[in-house]
Design a protein around this ligand. Structure first.
Ligand code: SF4
Length: 63
């Protein structure tokens, strides 16, 4: 069981708040957009969702 991390690129402003908030370094900022490069490590804490100022992130549990 894992998590699915989605970024709405049209909302992301690349400020890196998600990257700073994530305890397991899921994110990298590439070309001004947050990219979840390490989703296998996600623990579903939703710190990134709370940190995102533009509500660009959704985290859902994998079925
Ligand atoms: S839910 Fe938690 S562990 Fe998963 S990407 Fe967001 S901050 Fe990182």
């Amino acid at each position: 069981m894992g998590y699915i991390v989605k970024i709405d690129a049209s909302l992301c402003n690349g400020d890196g708040n998600c990257k700073d908030a994530c305890p397991v370094d899921v994110y990298e900022i590439k070309d001004g957009i947050a990219v979840p490069v390490n989703v296998a490590e996600c623990v579903g804490c939703e710190s990134c969702v709370e940190a995102c100022t533009t509500s660009a992130i959704t985290v859902t549990e994998e079925e």
